[in-house]
Design a protein around this ligand. Structure first.
Ligand SMILES: Nc1ncnc2c1ncn2[C@@H]1O[C@H](COP(=O)(O)OP(=O)(O)OP(=O)(O)O)[C@@H](O)[C@H]1O
Ligand SMILES: [Mg+2]
Length: 268
């Protein structure tokens, strides 16, 4: 089933991937449906960003097995732009600077590319202003060059604005809460919570349970060593906070390694 009462579905099936010859993803199964929020947690180096980059088709990541299916269509052969046009969105863990291009111009270009529709500057301004008001973003920020000289918090807020403006069906947010002080966390998380609804599915990659105080997750998944090792309800995030990854590792009898990408030929 690829459509769920007309809601868009992102289906990840037995996904395997390598980076620079090293196997990073070792068979990931995950389905995110429009309207749902899934949190993906896991230690540094477990493969969370690799998974998001593979889903989005970013260069440098080699798919070695499995499928990514979006709205019933296999998308692994498509360019990143084509995936965005179909309604997928990725907020990067480390947003990049675009010198010389203002946020407003960047978003207008991105909007037209993704929606495939020409929109007058005036109409776009109106759409953008609505989203800025929703998120409490000031005019001065969108006149600046994309991410240039932005603080960590401003970069993350800018990603949330991009999400609001582009209105994807499924969004992957890679550590949109990292590096934020308490007030910025409230702003950014509150912004995402404002956007969550029946029209949006979210895969929220995070290290901290605290963001789930603002954004309610339907499901929580724990990724370790390139696999999803546990899935559950929101209580799993609290359990994790208590036990740490060490506790989960012990329970599951996993070896203690920051990233256990084994040498080629090593037994599983
Ligand atoms: N472009 C790359 N070149 C070399 N190695 C890479 C690259 N991207 C990822 N890796 C390796 O893949 C593994 C998984 O990295 P990934 O960034 O997916 O982890 P993560 O779970 O997102 O970690 P974090 O929580 O620190 O963001 C790491 O060992 C990392 O060094
Ligand atoms: Mg990462």
């Amino acid at each position: 089933m690829s459509e769920n009462n007309g809601r868009a579905m992102l289906e990840i099936r037995d996904l395997r991937a390598e980076v620079e010859g090293k196997e990073i993803l070792k068979g990931i199964d995950l389905t995110v449906t429009q309207g749902e929020t899934h949190a993906l947690m896991g230690p540094n180096g477990s493969g969370k960003s690799t998974l998001s980059n593979i889903i989005m088709g970013r260069p440098g990541y080699v798919l070695t097995g499995g499928d990514v299916i979006f709205k019933g269509e296999k998308i692994t052969g498509l360019t990143t732009d084509d995936r965005a046009k179909r309604g997928l969105f990725l907020a990067l863990q480390y947003p990049t600077e675009v010198p010389g291009v203002s946020v407003v111009n960047f978003l207008r270009t991105a909007y037209q590319a993704v929606k495939g529709e020409q929109m007058s500057a005036l109409a776009f301004r109106k759409h953008m202003k609505e989203q800025m008001d929703r998120l409490g973003i000031e005019d001065a920020m969108v006149q600046r060059y994309v991410n240039q000289g932005f603080s960590g918090g401003e970069k993350k807020r800018n990603e949330v604005l991009q999400l609001a403006v582009l209105q994807p069906e499924i969004a992957i947010l890679d550590e949109t809460d990292s590096g934020l002080d308490i007030d910025s966390l409230k702003l950014v998380a509150g912004g995402v919570a404002e956007l969550v609804g029946p029209e949006l599915g979210v895969l929220l990659i995070t290290h901290y349970q605290r963001i789930l105080n603002y954004i309610a997750a339907d499901r929580v998944h724990v990724m370790m060593q390139g696999r999803i090792v546990r899935s559950g309800g929101p209580e799993l995030a609290s359990e994790l906070e208590e036990k740490g990854y060490e506790g989960i590792r012990e329970e599951l009898g996993l070896e203690d390694a920051p990233n256990a990408a084994k040498p080629v030929g090593a037994p599983e």
